[in-house]
Design a protein around this ligand. Structure first.
Ligand SMILES: NC(=O)c1ccc[n+]([C@@H]2O[C@H](COP(=O)([O-])OP(=O)(O)OC[C@H]3O[C@@H](n4cnc5c(N)ncnc54)[C@H](OP(=O)(O)O)[C@@H]3O)[C@@H](O)[C@H]2O)c1
Length: 272
């Protein structure tokens, strides 16, 4: 199989997590990384045996011969990035660009590059770094089947990848992009409870995190509805139902629904 060459411009939290996942999928991947602050990616470049591209060398070093270029800058920085790249993106080769920006549409992205270039829009989350991510994707019309297969192959070690309609990207942003932060809050709160009752902090974090991971695996692997799994561990008059009822009275489920809705609404607001 011919070696795949992947470029990445703007390598912060999300893009570096994706770069690590790609490296796991294919250690021989030809990876070219560029970041505004060059120093910040030096150790990542070394760890992944990647090529370090300076921003003013992108036109010479990165655009030609690259199969796919991931853009990892914040949504507000995309226009400035393409303004800086200027005419250098006007090349005959049909580059496939991949954007992870949470609220920039395919139509807006397409307008940044020549008509014959392709765009894939993704909504990943940071657990891609450990192969447990969830990445939704959609793509511009005319993306060759072979390019889509290549994209799926290089993302294969990142976790689950699913095609969704672009209209649902703001929902995927709240449900998958933002939600790891909510789960970290849950684990932190669980660990506070454990510490209050005498566990040390590390034991407490491990116990909470493994309970979350185990419960998630039960949902995914058994295919059972979460309520069914909850019912199976609540014996009449028992300890678990006492906790479940207290969480219900404290608005636990309503708080989660409100939190995810707030993230979705914020994404919608930022799109305007
Ligand atoms: N974090 C998440 O969980 C998550 C989830 C889903 C989607 N996303 C999306 O992922 C994107 C990046 O988010 P992030 O959290 O990874 O942000 P981040 O850590 O701030 O990374 C952004 C990176 O872009 C670089 N950059 C900014 N302007 C640039 C330019 N003109 N040229 C080259 N590099 C430039 C920054 O360089 P400096 O080092 O100079 O600052 C920084 O390394 C966003 O579009 C966000 O919507 C993030």
């Amino acid at each position: 199989m011919a070696q795949t060459t992947i470029g990445m411009i703007g390598v912060g939290n999300m893009a570096s997590a994706i770069a690590k996942a790609m490296h796991r999928a294919d250690a021989n991947l030809d990876l070219w990384l560029a970041n505004r602050t060059a120093n910040k990616i030096k150790s990542l470049v070394q760890t992944l045996s990647a090529q370090h591209v300076l921003m003013d060398e992108i036109d010479k070093a990165l655009l030609k011969g690259t199969d796919m270029i991931f853009i990892g800058v914040k949504p507000k920085d995309i226009s400035a990035l393409f303004a800086n790249l200027g005419d250098s993106v006007n090349i005959d080769q049909a580059i496939t660009w991949v954007s992870m920006a949470s609220n920039v549409s395919l139509a807006e992205l397409k307008a940044l590059t020549p008509e014959h270039h392709h765009w894939i829009r993704i909504m990943p989350n940071t657990p891609v770094e450990v192969g447990e991510g969830f990445t939704s994707y959609c793509f511009s019309e005319g993306l060759p089947e072979e390019t889509l297969s290549k994209f799926k192959r290089i993302m294969s070690a990142s976790g689950t990848i699913t095609h969704i309609e672009e209209a649902l990207f703001d929902v995927a942003s709240g449900m998958a992009g933002c939600s790891p932060a909510f789960i970290y809050q849950l684990i932190e709160a669980m660990s506070d409870a454990g510490v209050a009752y005498g566990l040390n902090r590390q034991q407490s974090i491990e116990m909470g995190a493994q309970a979350v991971k185990g419960a998630a695996s039960m949902v995914l692997e058994t295919g059972k509805h979460p309520a069914q799994l909850k019912d199976a561990v609540t014996s009449p008059g028992g300890t678990t139902i006492a906790g479940v009822n207290t969480l219900e009275a404290e608005g636990f489920r309503a708080a989660i629904i409100k939190g995810i809705s707030a993230s979705i609404e914020k994404t919608r607001e930022l799109q305007k």
